[in-house]
Design a protein around this ligand. Sequence first.
Ligand SMILES: Cc1cc2nc3c(=O)[nH]c(=O)nc-3n(C[C@H](O)[C@H](O)[C@H](O)COP(=O)(O)O)c2cc1C
Length: 156
Amino acid sequence: MFQAALRAPDHLWLRPWRFLVVEGERREALGRVMLDCLLRRDPEADETVRAKALNAPLRAPLLIVVLADITEHPKVPAVEQRLSAGCAAHAILLAAEALGYSGVWRTGNPAYDPEVVAALGGSRDEEITAFLYIGTREGTAKTLPAMSTDDFVARW
Ligand SMILES: Cc1cc2nc3c(=O)[nH]c(=O)nc-3n(C[C@H](O)[C@H](O)[C@H](O)COP(=O)(O)O)c2cc1C
């Protein structure tokens, strides 16, 4: 999965990404980070919201946090670095599927909270691109809405 991530398109090979593996009991520690940061953002958060934050990382056996390391560059604007990190995240999801696992990309408020980045050991230049939840699918895959490529593709 990580080999796939390292093949993300990457303008001028900046390698603007890294990956944190959170599994086992470390998911509980991440849940405590989620809760602490929630309470800093919203001290009034009710019990349901608190419990959701605390337990969020327990929804899958493996979490991969994709971090984008955004630097000033004359030729590679920040958006391209963020896109590269997004491609890396997607590569991980595709590789997980190819290996017979399943994955979901989640963000939400914790992903955009600099305190969460700091608690994960990230620098000020780093952003959370994705919390990837990886595991084995339980039950059957959901039915996906039918889409036609005609609705999205045109000849110009
Ligand atoms: C940048 C980004 C952030 C996302 N954040 C969330 C999220 O916070 N919660 C969520 O349920 N889905 C989120 N998704 C969508 C899911 O990853 C996933 O696509 C969705 O659950 C539908 O599943 P499917 O792609 O298998 O149809 C996000 C997708 C992207 C690209």
